[in-house]
Ligand binder design. Structure first.
Ligand code: HEC
Ligand code: HEC
Length: 455
């Protein structure tokens, strides 16, 4: 297969935008001695430096990354459909237990991610049925493209095939936010309703039945299938309209719009995040503005197999024959025969990632430090991450042996062999984490606005 993701090209087209962006960053203004020891944001920035840009004499203590970004305007009020969706989102009576709403797993106080550090949440009628995947944040999903097996991005000459990309949930199986809503309402490990009729019957007798009729018509409850779909549309409207799902109030956003300066440590982390030979994170977690000045999403929505170690904390994993293969099953069936996709999961946004207590699709890690060490040590010290069987390390143990070759081994920092130097030193890892922390919402009161007194 010749996806760009797999071919391991170091520089993505978005990097062109990065040159312009980097033109503004403090790194370029470094005095020469310090500049030599500093990681460079991008080789092309390096080239620009050599072409005789004036160098400031004072070493900066912080850096400006101001660029052109257009933040979405905050709606004056929610539409009737979105307000209804909000009531549905927080309605625990829609679960068979009567105690679980969407917000139980997607907590508004935790960037609509899990409220705790559990790898998987428990649901069902008795709230004891364990799920199989870590709860993702529902923030910043709005620009998720439709699932496609071949996402083409315009590059300098030809279009580049990124491979599969887009769609909702970690395997891209849901085509839209409203289709996605049906899954938790009916899933046995989640809200566990037996069927659509059961959900609609509850809404029909619930506190917002009148609002439901006002939005979707007086006869809506006569057609349970339609009413069920309409509930999904209302949930979609809530997630799309309500600014709490895309606040853009991080320090990074404030810095992009010129209302904050990143500290030198955060700037170093940002440069490492972008540097294709160091973190290379921006290759997949894109940090440059999108079309029309759209703020960076920190994902390209594409899929990759990272070979995250198996997580014994997931009850389903007690069965050695059970594997979560992402794109090729067990929840998605249409790509079951595309064995080259087995083990691939969607790249999540990194906005608010530093507020999470559980990382990756299987919730295997609980600290960002561990995630970072996994990225840089997976291939150079595999024995640290994978079990030993008969004296041999079983790398990529959460995949059946025949699919282990799908794991990305070409993109830095995952392109090394045992004994080689890690792509990032301990100090550099701390810098990248400092940068990731600038992606937490809540720094400013308005999108891209000045800080509200927090560091
Ligand atoms: C028991 C916990 C739980 C409940 C309750 C729950 N979810 Fe989720 N949600 C998850 C998990 C786990 C995933 C990831 C599923 C996957 O990848 O297969 C997810 C994924 C999603 C996604 C896709 C996110 C993405 O990155 O594409 C959306 C949207 C979503 N949920 C919305 C909802 C809505 C709306 C409700 C209420 C109707 C809800 N969820 C209830 C656990 C839950
Ligand atoms: C080749 C593409 C690629 C590169 C390069 C990459 N990532 Fe990821 N990242 C992913 C994918 C795909 C996932 C989800 C994997 C999974 O769940 O199994 C992910 C998940 C994560 C997560 C967990 C997020 C969550 O909500 O659970 C963090 C944190 C993260 N990446 C940070 C980084 C950092 C920092 C770098 C650079 C050192 C980096 N990534 C480089 C593709 C990439």
């Amino acid at each position: 297969m010749h996806f760009r993701r797999m071919a391991g090209r170091a520089i993505r087209p978005a990097a062109c935008a990065l040159v312009a962006l980097s033109a503004a960053i403090g790194l370029r203004a470094m005095p020469p001695a310090e500049a030599r020891t500093m990681p460079v944001a991008h080789p092309e920035v390096d080239a620009a430096d050599r072409s005789g840009t004036t160098i400031r004499q004072e070493p900066p203590t912080s850096g400006s990354i101001r660029t052109w970004v257009r933040y979405p305007p905050v709606p004056a009020h929610l539409s009737a459909r979105a307000s209804l969706g909000k009531r549905i989102f927080f309605d625990a009576s829609l679960s068979s237990s009567g105690r679980m709403s969407c917000a139980s797993c997607h907590s508004p106080a935790h960037a609509y991610g899990p409220p705790n550090g559990l790898a998987v949440q428990r649901g069902g009628a008795d709230l004891r049925q364990a799920g199989t995947r870590a709860v993702p944040s529902l923030r910043y999903l709005t620009f998720t493209p439709l699932f496609s097996r071949h996402l083409y991005t315009p590059a300098s000459e030809d279009s580049e095939d990124e491979g599969p990309a887009g769609g909702f949930t970690r395997d891209g199986a849901a085509a839209s936010l409203h289709r996605q809503a049906a899954m938790p309402l009916l899933h046995a490990n989640e809200m566990a309703n037996p069927d659509e009729q059961a959900v609609v019957a509850k809404m029909r007798h619930g506190t917002y039945a009148q609002a439901f009729k006002r939005v979707f018509g007086p006869t809506v409850f006569r057609h349970p299938h339609r009413a069920f779909d309409d509930a999904g549309l209302a949930l979609e409207a809530f997630q799309t309209e309500d600014p709490s799902f895309h606040p853009y109030t991080s320090k990074f956003d404030a810095a992009l719009s010129g209302h904050a300066r990143l500290t030198l440590k955060e700037m170093r982390g940002y440069a490492l995040f972008n540097n294709p030979r160091k973190g290379n994170c921006a290759k997949c977690h894109v940090d440059t503005p999108g079309p029309g000045g759209r703020p960076p999403a920190f994902t390209d929505y594409a899929f990759a197999a990272l070979g995250v170690p198996r997580n014994p904390a997931i009850p389903a994993n007690r069965d050695p024959a059970y594997f979560d293969l992402g794109l090729c099953g067990p929840y998605r069936h249409d790509l079951a025969h595309e064995t080259g996709y087995c083990g691939m999961f969607k790249t999540p946004t990194l906005r608010n990632v530093a507020t999470r207590k559980v990382f990756f699709h299987n919730g295997r890690f609980h600290r960002l430090e561990d995630v970072m060490h996994f990225y840089v040590e997976r291939d150079i010290r595999p024995w640290k991450w994978y079990p030993q069987v008969a004296g041999r390390t079983v790398a990529f143990d959460d995949l059946p042996a025949r699919y282990r070759r799908n794991v990305d081994r070409v993109d830095a920092p995952m392109d090394r062999s045992p004994g080689e130097k890690p792509a990032l030193s301990e100090a550099e890892i701390r810098d990248v984490i400092a940068f990731l922390q600038t992606l937490n919402d809540g720094y400013s009161a308005t999108a891209g606005g000045p800080g509200a007194g927090k560091p």
